[in-house]
Design a protein around this ligand. Structure first.
Ligand code: PLP
Length: 450
């Protein structure tokens, strides 16, 4: 579903959101020349590029699941093997830009939106946090949230303010309470950034609906928050139509969005992208100039070839809105049909096996509408970490203890299950083992009490 195109309502003061470290970043003089190298007729004696003719790799090909063989084009392969611009291979960036406009129809920011290819959204997020969150800051996160993000943030020493979630993800009433109850004297600087995983969240599997997103966006406007929209499961929505993103409703340029190809093309290619206001994306690029220089050219080239094959990001003679890419959509439908079936099998197995001696459920959990995760509350358990690391390992069933998804890893009765890779038979056996383990554990606990 596409929202009407918005217009920029207010000028964001991006500089005021930057950490001192990010504000100090300057373009690398040599990197700044990089885009000029590709200009027609340019003879480059600048830069320190090796001579691509000497690279030993001369041809690459891979076969897609529909049998199509993708052969490398010599000049493109040379460009992919050479140093390339920090935001990404120009054709890939162009296609991603078109793809984002087609999908999200974002407002026209001053200078337009920018896109930068990153080596996985994880790296994009880490760079975004380096840009926006310093040790003195407080950052709004969902509680629970993705452990990879916590790994990046906990090392910063910033204050992580967990906003409770429910079956529809981040709870706007709780967010309002945190923001309105903020006491600068006691709590320090008011949070300026909200990090959210709006679709098929990791670890809860929860997805925000449009109404909720609108409420959260309105709160962000009211309290001058930037929204970091981490959405790797966006294309894994099982419903026919996708719930629009925060980017699609952004009229101020306050959304910085991370996308990932990990779940829909390949996790090992390490390709994701950051989309948002030019001022922020280009600042993140300055960090990339000083660290990775650019995402792996070969990975970018592989993804570019796949997108090109599907027609994703083809030029749009009649404007972006309402354009669909049939081959891409059919790939997504196939993906989602697979995960939906896995989800069905998981829920059937859980209903069958997670019953106590008295026939009552051993766990509470909600069915996700996107993604690959189920957040399970183990009834009668106080510390799932201890249970998983001892009894579950012994029973040969592995789940992630819920503590991994809260700052400071507190004791919790939750665990995260992923139904993405186990076979149907394995899912059934896993639930059987989990059920056995929980019944044994609860019997022992009851015995101790009696
Ligand atoms: C919520 C969330 N964000 C980001 C990532 C990182 O994804 P990528 O493979 O694109 O780095 C993951 C991966 O599991 C995730 O679950």
């Amino acid at each position: 579903m596409r929202l009407p195109k918005g217009t920029l309502k207010r000028a964001m003061q991006y500089a005021s959101y930057l950490t001192p470290e990010s504000a100090r970043r300057k373009p690398s003089a040599i990197r700044a020349l990089q885009p000029l190298v590709a200009l027609p007729g340019m003879i480059s004696l600048g830069g320190g590029m090796p001579n691509a003719n000497l690279f030993p790799i001369k041809k690459m090909s891979f076969t897609l699941d529909d049998g199509t063989v993708m052969e490398s084009v010599p000049s493109e392969l040379n460009a992919a093997l050479q140093y390339s611009p920090t935001p990404g291979l120009p054709e890939l960036v162009k296609r991603l830009r078109t793809m984002q406009i087609v999908e999200h129809n974002p407002p026209e920011y001053e200078g337009g939106i920018s896109i930068s290819v990153v080596p996985g959204s994880q790296d994009g997020l880490a760079k975004i946090f380096d840009m926006l969150v310093s040790e003195q800051d407080s950052l709004l996160i969902e509680a629970p949230t993705y452990s990879g993000t916590l790994a990046a943030l906990e090392a910063k020493g910033c204050k992580l303010v967990g906003v409770p979630t429910d079956e529809l993800g981040l709870n706007p009433a709780s967010l309002r309470q945190v923001l309105e109850g903020w006491d600068v004297t006691h709590d320090g600087r008011k949070p300026r950034v909200l990090y959210t995983i709006p679709t098929g969240a990791n670890p809860t599997g929860a997805s925000m609906n449009l109404e909720r997103k609108r409420e959260v966006y309105a709160l962000a406007q009211e309290h001058e928050l930037l929204i970091v929209e981490d959405d790797p499961y966006y294309y894994m929505q099982y419903a026919e139509t996708r719930t629009p993103s925060f980017l699609s409703m952004d009229v101020d340029g306050r959304v910085l969005r991370t996308d990932s190809f990990s779940k829909i093309v390949s996790a090992g290619v390490r390709i994701g992208c950051v989309t948002g206001p030019k001022a922020l994306v280009e600042r993140m690029d300055l960090h990339n100039q000083a660290t990775i220089m650019h995402t792996s050219g070969l990975s970018q080239y592989a993804v570019l070839q796949v997108l090109r094959h599907w027609g994703v990001g083809d030029d749009m003679p009649n404007g972006a809105a309402n354009r669909v890419y049939p081959a891409w959509e059919s790939h997504l439908r196939k993906n989602n049909a697979f995960y939906l079936k896995q989800c069905d099998v998981f829920f059937e197995a859980a209903a069958k096996h997670l019953r106590g001696d008295d026939g009552k459920p051993l766990a509470e959990y909600k069915r996700p509408t996107a993604g690959m995760f189920v957040w399970m509350k183990l009834l009668g358990v106080t510390d799932s970490t201890q249970l998983i690391m001892t009894e579950a390992v012994e029973k040969k069933v592995l789940l992630v203890p819920g503590s991994a998804f809260f700052p400071g890893a507190p004791k919790t009765q939750y665990v995260r299950a992923a139904f993405s890779v186990a076979s149907h038979a394995e899912i059934d056996t896993a639930m059987q083992r989990l059920g056995d383990m929980l019944r044994t554990y609860l019997r022992k606990q009851n015995h101790k009490l009696s």
